[in-house]
Design a protein around this ligand. Structure first.
Ligand code: ADP
Ligand code: MG
Length: 475
């Protein structure tokens, strides 16, 4: 039997406001526990929440960016449950009237096609505090600094058909919230996390199978692993004659397994009702169009611009625009060097490879865009060969200064054409057999000659120039 996977994601992204969604306390990460929870966050009697306008604006930005309907009238509701890190006994969230309605995003598939993934809704809510189970022996500590941090919960349609598609969608949303500057997207710090709803059905069947919800996965890698594991588990359950039960499961990254947290029967009734402490949020058309007018350039537009104005391939432009900071770096280096394609090659190739190797982000690159541009200029004007460029790159990475300093200090200079010609003459003279083969039409020996010349010049010759001279002389 062939099986088809069905996935829908609920992504929680912390909004990058400086204060909380219903109080003035700071949202800064990493403070001493319980120093950033005020009376409102603690749920003390007699206090009243006041909604943070910036959080509303950020949610609207997201809605506009995915082409969604933005509600002119949205309602905050109380979601009631008891848990130690939720002092009020309820979470303020949105139920029937979320701020953002239906929208969609496009993802690129591995075969190069694009696929549209529906977004059902995005609603605002407050984050809970944190339970610290390992901090005290035999006790659990509660840190309420996170309580009241604004969250935008982005709920997708069950439109994804593989773990890879789910990851592509998650990356797309991640890229988008970073472009919009509404979240730092920091997954280690929990600013961007997701619940994955997974089911399987026989290929060709219309109805969805029963789903399990995998809770709180906080890396792209783990989303892929958790979904793939869960799919195998569900197929096994069904093929052995049992039924998948609707439940919430936890993905354990250390053990690489999912296990049951609670089943549908144990699911809570949250007794949602409109929060009487908060007025409905009214947004005017003028406010929405003002936000629309101030949206930054989004990845798709930037990609199109890179293709059209800078002559990049779709592939290169797509890679360079996934991350906003990488795109800015590329654009600065391309502007300063005047060599868009060459810059794209180096940013995607050598630079990204080096960053990966040292586990650094583009913002931590020891080579600034300005420095890379300086080196690429010299390369483009043939003041150094590409082999020398790699040497300069490595030296810049290791903090030896900018390209010109390194070129000067190391005396890097391509061989002049006189030197190269002499080497070529020598090589031709000492390899008569290969010359015969070339004359007989065996074009492949060209590679042999170029290699010999490059070796003899100790990499100082420019391969393009060698090719040209060799062709002339051999003919
Ligand atoms: P709940 O409120 O119980 O979490 P929702 O209906 O809001 O349930 O769905 C939550 C998420 O589950 C959505 O992202 C949706 O796309 C996804 N989903 C719903 N049914 C399925 C299914 N059969 N298989 C996979 N995902 C599903
Ligand atoms: Mg859910």
């Amino acid at each position: 039997m062939e099986w088809e996977t069905v996935i829908g994601l609920e992504i929680h992204t912390q909004l990058a406001t400086t204060s909380k969604i219903f109080s003035g306390a700071s949202t800064a990460y990493g403070a001493v526990p319980n120093t950033q929870a005020c009376a409102v966050d603690l749920g003390l009697p007699g206090v009243l929440p006041v909604v943070n306008k910036e959080a509303i604006t950020m949610a609207i930005k997201f809605g506009l960016a995915i082409g969604a309907e933005v509600s002119r009238h949205s309602i905050f509701a109380r979601k009631n449950y008891f848990y130690p890190d939720l002092p009020k006994g309820y979470q303020i969230s949105q139920m029937d009237h979320p701020i953002v309605g239906e929208g969609s995003v496009d993802i690129e598939l591995e075969n190069g096609n694009t696929k549209t993934i529906g977004v059902t809704r995005a609603h605002l809510e407050e984050d809970a505090g944190k339970s610290l189970h390992d901090a005290y022996d035999g006790m659990t500590g509660i840190d309420l600094n996170r309580a009241g941090t604004p969250l935008l919960e982005i709920v997708s349609e069950p439109d994804m058909r593989s773990a890879k598609e789910a990851v592509a969608y998650m990356k797309k949303i991640h890229s988008l919230v970073r472009y919009l500057e509404i979240s730092d997207g920091n997954m280690q710090e929990g600013s961007f996390r997701c619940d994955a709803n997974v089911s399987v059905r026989p290929k060709g069947q219309k109805e969805f199978g029963t789903r399990a919800e995998l809770k709180n996965i906080n890396s792209f890698k783990n989303v892929e692993k958790a979904i793939n594991l869960e799919v195998l588990r569900q197929i096994e359950v069904i093929e052995s004659g049992d039924e998948v039960v609707q439940e919430t499961r936890l993905y354990d990254a250390d053990k690489n397994e999912t296990r049951s947290m609670r089943s549908k029967e144990e699911a809570m009734d949250y007794r949602y009702f409109p929060d009487p402490d908060l007025l409905p949020v009214e947004v005017t058309d003028a406010e929405i169009s003002d936000i629309q007018d101030h949206l930054p350039e989004l990845p798709a537009a930037k990609q199109a611009r890179f293709e059209k104005d800078m002559g990049l391939s779709t592939y290169d432009a797509a890679i360079l625009t996934v991350d906003k900071d990488l795109a800015s770096y590329f654009e600065e280096a391309a502007d300063k060097s005047g060599e868009a394609k060459l810059t794209a090659n180096w940013v995607i190739g050598d630079l990204s490879g080096r960053l990966n190797k040292d586990d650094k982000t583009i913002n931590q690159s020891p080579i600034s865009a300005d420095m890379l541009a300086g080196m690429l200029k010299r390369l483009a004007e043939n003041a150094i060969t590409s082999k020398m460029a790699k040497e300069v790159f490595e030296a810049m990475w290791n903090g030896e200064g900018d390209a010109d300093t390194i070129i000067e200090k190391r005396g890097l200079k391509p061989a002049d054409s006189g030197e190269v010609e002499k080497i070529i003459d020598d090589i031709i003279a000492s390899n008569p057999d290969q010359v015969e083969q070339f004359k007989a039409g065996k074009g492949k020996v060209m590679g042999f000659f170029v290699g010999q010349v490059m070796k003899a010049s100790k990499g100082k010759a420019d391969p393009a120039q060698v090719n040209k001279l060799l062709t002339e002389k051999l003919k």
